[in-house]
Design a protein around this ligand. Sequence first.
Ligand SMILES: [Zn+2]
Ligand SMILES: [Zn+2]
Ligand SMILES: [Zn+2]
Length: 372
Amino acid sequence: MSAPTYPSIAIVDIPGKGKGVVAREPIRRGTRIIAEEPRIRVPHYQDRRQALDLKSLSDADLKFFLTFPCEDGMDPVRGRLRHLIPCVGAPDEASALFETVCRMNHTCYSPLGRPNALYTWVEERKEENIAENEEITVGYIQAKTHVMDPFTLLRQQWGFDCRCAGCQRPLAERLESVERVQAFNVHTREVPDRMERNSGYWPLDILDDIERNLLAICAEGYVWEISGCAHDAFQLCAFYGDGASAARWEVLAREVHRVIHGVDHEFEKSAKLVARPTGFRQWKALVLGKAQKLRGPSQKVLSCFKQAVMTSNPIKCSNHECSKTEEGSVKFRRCKSCLDTLGLDVYYCSGECQIADWKSGHKSICGKAVKV
Ligand SMILES: [Zn+2]
Ligand SMILES: [Zn+2]
Ligand SMILES: [Zn+2]
């Protein structure tokens, strides 16, 4: 395999924000932006009191360290260590200052907007299409940590005033968002208990709740949470032996994973569940006697999913070897089985590309392959 190539980006001065990172070419959704080695490692990040020994740094690293902003009155080391990011798989739970990734500024997830990129541990990945010279931003706050007004939290933890569209709303509205995100977090934690046989909840009611939560969290900008919600719904359908509905849910989880992380081990696992829901470890775990028919995602959820995850502007051919996009009046064909069975749009510029993609793997994940 050839070494991965990454799009051209640059660290520049951003008025009012200090440094920031911008794209030097248009970047398409789903592209890996960067993977980089840590520059200054700090072990045992969890213990925030442990400060960095500046004397241990080389002159160049010390200079680099001091380029990070620190407010007046703050401890000059700890103030700068607020920019640390966890290192992937570090046995000493190290965090680090990275040369480029730590320069990416923040945008809040909110009903009015969201960041255009996302940390996926090793790499930054594009969430939206990014135009040339557009600033690349990530979210320092995720649904799980969205437990108070982001504007206040950002000022406390990172020492800046967020000027994103979400933070310009009146405080009361921002607090309503906090409540909705919290309600989502609580629901997500409770779902496994609700699925227990003697919980007193009907499976169709649980599905309704999952859907309501999925739509609510997407409305708050956290569209990637679709994945977890959809997998919960998959499990529920699998517990009751409804493979067709289970597959339709899992395909949402699978596609979210593909857009964020690409085709990796986790994607393969998810694709296997789509193709053969009966392979799920606890298949039919809750069935007494006859399996129960539940349901797949509603039209509302599907259109939310398509809008959040599948739209790429313009539409691209699904054959990875092909870079054609739908332009003008020529409409791309769609895979019929994927559309009919899973409600999923899979586009091809031509029959040749559809055949090539089929041979190179679509065969195993195509809607037609669902076996229940
Ligand atoms: Zn904000
Ligand atoms: Zn093509
Ligand atoms: Zn297909």
